[in-house]
Design a protein around this ligand. Structure first.
Ligand code: PLP
Length: 393
């Protein structure tokens, strides 16, 4: 008889967002027609910018013309897009080569697939509260997970320590769910720690475009020595509204090696075996994001979400509720009022204010007592949600 991957039995019963969707569905069945103010799941609400739409249309037209038609694409990405992304790094003073950039279908796929490069005996550090996929992907692979709880005391930005020793180190900055961002000194400390211990950092930069403080790093490769110990995984999902269009990129330096094995070359081998490249049309749409016009347009969209963040932060300030994030990230991480636990606060907001947020407990045990508000909603919904929070005073 075939043996299934029994590690799936170790996964928690339901994925956080699935559980939220179930509760929300049940509420709507009991209260049909009610409008909900969705500040929960981190999907965007603004459409793709004009530069991307024009490029997507142009690429569709190319597929109708024999001379411009594209079939299978290069597995590691279209050379012009790899060049454009590498230039984007180089413009910010990070010297990477075009070949170090791999085009992907998004960060989620990569965060799971990249684990193919590491032996199953490798342990994985997850700094919690964390994006749930880090834990689940490693449970599925049967890896040992080292949980490092962060807290309000360290601003949800813990420093490396003895208990944080592991082979793979997940670092997400700006962080989902806390919105906290490691400064240069703090991030350098993690790079130094990884190098000392021979670990590899998996740096999740999905929210780098939201960093507005010039002193804060966008990329792990801004840190000295990071090319010998880090892989960066990035996405156009939140940067440019590609959540449904699907495009991302991963940077694996050629200098990154362990035991004489070069992860860059291994990934080329992996991609050429396991993928047939990202669609030509989508890559053309993504390329437009890196043009000056594309950059101007996506920055306007990000500014819009930051406007939502300000509305929510002002309400929390007035209520005297502690929170972090919001400024350099699209998430606000707030303390639940009156000592409520996070699922109780979820139910309270849903039933009394028709607001849907995300309970902190879903991001790890140390997220209990906290709650995540997303700023990706519409302006109208955000204004009403803030007003309802204020009225609850
Ligand atoms: N990493 C983090 C921290 C995220 O919050 C998300 C999505 O919410 C992802 C990765 C996945 O991004 P993508 O849409 O590119 O798969």
């Amino acid at each position: 008889m075939i043996t299934p991957n029994m590690h799936y039995a170790d996964l928690k019963e339901s994925y956080l967002f699935y559980h939220i969707a179930q509760k929300t569905k049940a509420y709507l069945e009991e209260n049909p027609g009610t409008h909900l103010y969705r500040m929960g799941i981190g999907d965007v609400s603004l459409p793709l910018c004009d530069a991307a739409i024009t490029a997507l249309h142009g690429a569709v037209d190319d597929q109708a013309v024999k001379e411009r038609f594209h079939g299978y694409m290069p597995e590691c990405g279209m050379p012009s897009l790899r060049h454009t992304i590498a230039e984007h790094y180089r413009d910010r003073g990070v010297a990477i080569t075009d070949e170090e950039v791999f085009v992907s279908s998004g960060a989620s796929d990569e965060l799971g697939d990249i684990l193919d490069l590491f032996d199953r005996s490798c342990s994985a550090l997850v700094i919690e509260p964390a994006y749930p996929a880090y834990v689940d992907a490693n449970i599925m692979a049967g890896r040992k997970i080292v949980h490092l709880p962060a807290s309000r005391d360290n601003g949800f930005l813990p420093a490396p320590c003895e208990e944080a020793k592991a082979d793979l180190l997940y670092i997400c900055s700006p962080n989902n769910p806390t919105g906290a961002v490691f400064n240069r000194e703090q991030l350098q400390a993690w790079v130094d720690f990884a190098k000392e211990n021979g670990s590899v950092i998996l740096f999740d930069a999905a929210y780098e475009a939201f960093v507005e403080d010039e002193s804060l790093p966008h990329s792990i490769f801004e840190m000295k020595g990071a090319k010998e110990c880090a892989i960066e995984i990035c996405s156009l999902s939140k940067t440019a509204g590609f959540t449904g269009t699907r495009l991302g990129y991963t940077v694996i330096p050629e200098a990154l090696e362990r035991n004489g094995m070069h992860f860059h070359d291994m990934w080329v081998r992996n991609r050429t075996t396991k993928t047939n490249g990202v669609s030509y049309i989508i890559q053309k749409g993504g390329e437009a994001i890196f043009t000056p016009e594309g950059q101007r347009q996506i920055k306007a969209n990000i500014r819009f979400y930051k406007g939502n963040a300000r509305i929510l932060m002002e309400a929390l300030d007035e209520l005297g509720i502690w929170y972090c994030g919001g400024k350099n990230a699209p998430y606000i991480w707030m303390e639940c009022p009156d000592g409520m636990d996070s699922w109780a606060y979820f139910d309270h907001l849903l039933h009394n204010m028709q607001i849907v947020g995300t309970p902190g407990e879903g991001f790890g045990a140390c997220g209990e007592g906290y709650f995540r508000l997303s700023t990706f909603g519409s302006r109208e919904d955000t204004i009403v949600a803030a007003k309802r929070l204020l009225e609850s005073k």
